[in-house]
Design a protein around this ligand. Structure first.
Ligand code: PEP
Ligand code: MN
Length: 337
């Protein structure tokens, strides 16, 4: 439930309300607005609790949270949340552009790509070291060696990086290197993994599951947040439909919907959504126009030789051109690249 303090409430009254909530076993999340303080209280609410709280000095009203995703929902936290990953901020006026190869293949590949995408305007690097491939026979990633290469690319360019973690056992290792942990679409409902990254002190990029509803996706965010990690950024990457002309169907409506239902930032991945190089630009434009807080694009120096996702990967030069064409739309919606 939400306890809204009145605008004249004193610090002492606020302390008393918090103490009472703690006595009753609620977990407290304070949100201090310009006008008033709002206390989010998570726990079992009984009618008597609401009544006694409403009778306390300084309390304006008590509102139950109806959304099943208590921590991820707008009801609980009406203002948009900013999530920091190293020097990068998601959810602000500046759009976050993440770029890099699907998978880290060797040090030269990741460093040259990092330099090129940085020069073209990316603010964060991506690259998979643990790859969740559909086939067990496909390239599975360089694992810790890949993480070291990503760290070398960060060293060379100053770009922070996001990389996927697939197994709860690897969370500790990935946390040591990465600036942000990615949960891939195939693992969106791997609840053990979600809890594990929820205990980590690193921001999480949570991709939408292949066939996940908006509610299931937000409940996955809730798993992470319920372990104490509130730094979650959502990523729309297309969902499975009957259509086979595209790799997935880009659900553009998910962006404004998530913005309405949740306070968490949301970015879009036009590469995995369309699965085709020539769809990256139009889907990126649509995502920005719909209000996305950022983009993640797969960029490879030689897409035709990529060990994974070559058909949807663009070259650094194409990436640079796309960024230029995204600028006017970004500005038209009051953001900047
Ligand atoms: C990826 O980002 O390379 C990836 C595997 O994406 P998804 O989990 O969205 O398929
Ligand atoms: Mn990929």
């Amino acid at each position: 439930m939400i306890v809204v303090m009145n605008s004249k409430a004193t610090q002492e009254q606020l302390d008393q309300v918090q103490a009472r909530l703690k006595e009753w076993g609620f977990e407290i999340h304070l949100s201090k607005g310009v006008e008033r303080v709002v206390i989010g209280a998570i726990g079992e609410k009984k009618p008597v609790v609401i009544q006694s709280l409403e009778a306390m000095e300084g309390v304006e009203k008590v509102v139950p949270i109806l959304q099943p995703y208590k921590l991820a929902g707008r009801e609980f936290h009406p203002e948009a949340t900013l999530v920091k990953a190293g020097p990068v901020v998601f959810g602000g006026e500046k759009m976050v552009v993440i770029a890099g190869p699907c998978a880290v293949e060797n040090e030269e590949q990741i460093i040259t790509t990092a330099q090129a995408v940085k020069a073209a305007g990316a603010s964060m690097l991506r690259g998979g070291a643990f790859k969740p491939r559909t086939s067990p026979y496909a390239f599975q990633g360089l694992e810790e060696k890949g993480l070291k290469m990503l760290a070398a690319a960060r060293e060379a360019t100053g770009l922070p990086f996001v990389t996927e973690v697939v197994n709860p056992r690897d969370v500790e290792t990935v946390v040591e290197y990465a600036d942000m942990l990615q949960i891939g679409a195939r693992n969106m409902q791997n609840f053990t993994l979600l809890r594990e990254v929820g205990k980590a002190r690193k921001p999480v990029l949570l991709k939408r599951g292949l066939s996940a509803t908006i509610e299931e996706w937000l409940m996955a965010a809730e798993y992470i947040m319920s372990e104490g990690n509130y730094d979650v950024v959502l990523c729309e990457r297309g969902i499975r439909t009957f259509e086979t002309a595209t790799r997935n169907t880009f659900d553009v409506s998910a962006i404004p919907l998530i913005k309405r239902l949740s306070h968490l930032p949301i970015i879009a991945d036009p590469s995995h959504a369309g699965g085709k190089r020539y769809l990256v630009e139009p889907l990126a434009l649509a995502a920005i126009a719909a209000g996305a807080d950022g983009l993640m694009m797969e960029v490879h120096p030689q897409p035709d030789q990529a060990l994974s996702d070559g058909p949807q990967s663009i070259t650094p030069a194409e990436f640079g051109e796309i960024i230029k064409r995204l600028r006017p739309v970004t500005e038209a919606v009051g953001r900047r690249l």
